[in-house]
Write a protein that binds this ligand. Structure first.
Ligand code: AMP
Length: 277
């Protein structure tokens, strides 16, 4: 496995990769969720590039950029184990040469909804770095986790609208045994918060179960929302039922439940497919 630091090292190592290239973009603090992306890519592509970069552009001023968890040594070991051929670990000025960009990707209307309503500028930062990483790593396929459901919708939209060309592959959310979605931010949770955090996935599951027995949209939504609201350690940011493309929910058919909530000072997100009968 080649570990590239500077841009020039990435370029020469990338040029030497044979066959189809798969890419996985991460912010490090790697866990089994990231591992699932790497495994999926390893199975499908001849060569595998991973990036580890905490992108300052996607953090708001009051967010956790300065305390975002870092574990480079363990991350590189996980990459090596997962069969990564090339990992790029740039500094901020390798990605944003000469300072933060003056030109960036406008993520469009979906970026002010759901996550974007609480995190202004977040998706412009995400799409700008994903656009750059797609150019710099030039993959045939790029793998994203369903954990960040709205992010995938926006990345797909960008790749389509701006003709970026890479195939976007979705990988299902990897969870802890009790249902909590794996996240780098879970390390912030103390014991009591960790116990409260399971309410997010429990609520989503309750909504999905309600849909399965034929409940209507309002009931599906309220069953989960009430369950979550009853957990004193959790402050709901949103709990919503939408169509798979995040437009308003249909009366029948496939839909998506999405949640964001604060547990202590940690903001967690999750989502779940539901089938409205
Ligand atoms: P991050 O390092 O949080 O920016 O995530 C990098 C990639 O890993 C994104 O495509 C995420 O959606 C994906 N990812 C993060 N957590 C999970 C998870 N629990 N299951 C599946 N994919 C995940």
């Amino acid at each position: 496995m080649v570990v590239a630091r500077r841009r020039a090292e990435l370029a020469s190592a990338r040029a030497a990769l044979p066959g189809s290239v798969g890419a996985v973009f991460t912010m490090g603090a790697l866990h089994d969720g990231h591992r699932a992306l790497l495994t999926a890519a390893r199975e499908q592509d001849d060569s595998l590039v991973a990036t580890i970069f905490v992108n300052p552009l996607q953090f708001g001023p009051a967010e956790d950029l300065s305390r975002y968890p870092q574990s480079l040594e363990a991350d590189l070991a996980l990459c090596e184990q997962a069969g990564v051929d090339l990992v790029w670990v740039p500094e901020v000025d390798d990605v944003y040469v000469g300072g933060l960009p003056r030109v960036s990707v406008d993520p469009g209307p979906l970026a002010t909804d759901l996550e974007g309503a609480s995190r202004p500028g977040h998706f412009a930062g995400v799409l700008t770095v994903v656009c750059k990483l797609l150019h710099l790593t030039a993959p045939m396929r790029s793998y994203f986790g369903q954990k960040d459901y709205q992010q995938i919708a926006l990345v797909r939209r960008m790749v389509h609208d701006l003709d970026l060309g890479a195939d976007i592959v979705e990988v299902p959310t990897v969870r802890e045994a009790d249902g909590l979605a794996r996240s780098s931010r879970n390390v912030y949770l103390d014991e009591a918060q960790r116990a409260a955090a399971v309410a997010l996935s429990a609520a989503l599951r309750a909504s999905a179960d309600a849909a399965r027995i034929g409940s209507d949209r309002d009931t599906v939504l309220n069953v989960g929302r009430q369950l979550l609201a009853a957990e004193p350690g959790v402050a709901i940011d949103y709990y919503e039922l939408r169509a798979p493309d995040l437009s308003p929910a249909p009366e029948h058919g496939e839909a998506r439940m999405l949640v964001a909530a604060r547990v202590g000072s940690t903001r967690l997100i999750d989502n779940y497919p539901v089938e409205l009968r």
